[in-house]
Write a new protein. Sequence first.
Length: 102
Amino acid sequence: MHALSLPTWWIHVTSVLEWCLAMGLVVRYGRLRGEADWCWLAMAMTPALVSAMCACTWHAFDNADSLKWLVTLQAAATLLGNSTLALAAWWLWKQAPSRHFP
């Protein structure tokens, strides 16, 4: 775990925790509004969480060459996450009443 400084680790770990909290809040928001489509947004956030966990895992093992495949997995999860978030946002936009979006 010497690959990153303590402040950098703090940012990595808190970012993952913040993302988990955001996912939970999105689900809660959807339930409070009675709009189940918001749960799909939280699900669409999952690949980005996987990406962050790949990065943390790779750094936790001092960027070991034997775990270099995690970098590829992280890149793939980021691409998938960006795509699913865009799709979920588009879906929410299409489902919203027109008064919310001019």
